[in-house]
Design a protein around this ligand. Structure first.
Ligand SMILES: *Cc1c(COP(=O)(O)O)cnc(C)c1O
Length: 184
């Protein structure tokens, strides 16, 4: 399915040659889930990161199922991570939300033609070049500018507070989830 000129190519997440074959000069990013929902498979993060980086493409990982308590993909080569906070991070299922974590690792400026919103003068933000202005935090500030400032995707303060309270017990809850999973 193609919308707004964006094409998505699906590959078997454990077939490393398929990632390489699917990437072309227009590929914006490579994406997979750590502990895929619902297949429960997890690719070798560093191996996919190397394949993507060799082709000038960032790796974005959905770490919702593993959570940062069990896996920190940026330490294994991922550039960007996102998590639904709706599930394990929050823990109580009362609040829908998500977070994006920017490793600050991808050299956007080396691929300025492909990422003009980050690495060229951005007409939607007073002509600011995000890489020149924010350095390693370019993606973070571009995401805030577009996602929150332009589109208004803000979490309500009460929901954010509840999510932060939930995260305090994440390591304990993941320990119990893992014990249960091993027993099953
Ligand atoms: C549920 C889920 C999401 C979306 O989460 P919501 O917060 O419910 O929108 C994203 N990624 C994975 C892997 C999920 O399991």
């Amino acid at each position: 399915v193609e919308r707004r000129g964006i094409t998505t190519r699906f590959v078997d997440p454990l077939d490393y040659e398929a990632y390489a074959d699917a990437i072309d000069e227009d590929t914006a990013y490579v994406h997979f889930e750590t502990i895929g929902n619902p297949a429960l498979d997890t690719p070798d993060i560093q191996r996919v990161a190397d394949i993507a980086h060799d082709r000038g493409v960032p790796l974005l990982v959905d770490n919702t199922f593993a959570t940062p308590a069990l896996c920190r993909p940026i330490e294994h080569g991922a550039d960007l991570v996102w998590n639904s906070t709706t599930k394990w991070l929050h823990g109580s299922g009362t609040t829908v939300g998500g977070v994006v974590v920017d490793g600050g690792t991808f050299p956007w400026a080396e691929h300025a033609e492909k990422y003009p919103e980050l690495a060229q003068d951005n007409p939607a933000y007073h002509g600011v070049n995000f890489v020149e202005t924010f350095g390693e935090e370019a993606f973070t500030y571009a995401a805030i500018a577009r996602g929150m400032r332009d589109l208004g995707n803000q979490q309500a303060p009460f929901d954010a507070w509840q999510t932060l309270q939930g995260i305090e017990t994440l390591p304990l809850r993941m320990e119990r989830h893992s014990e249960n999973a091993l027993a099953v």
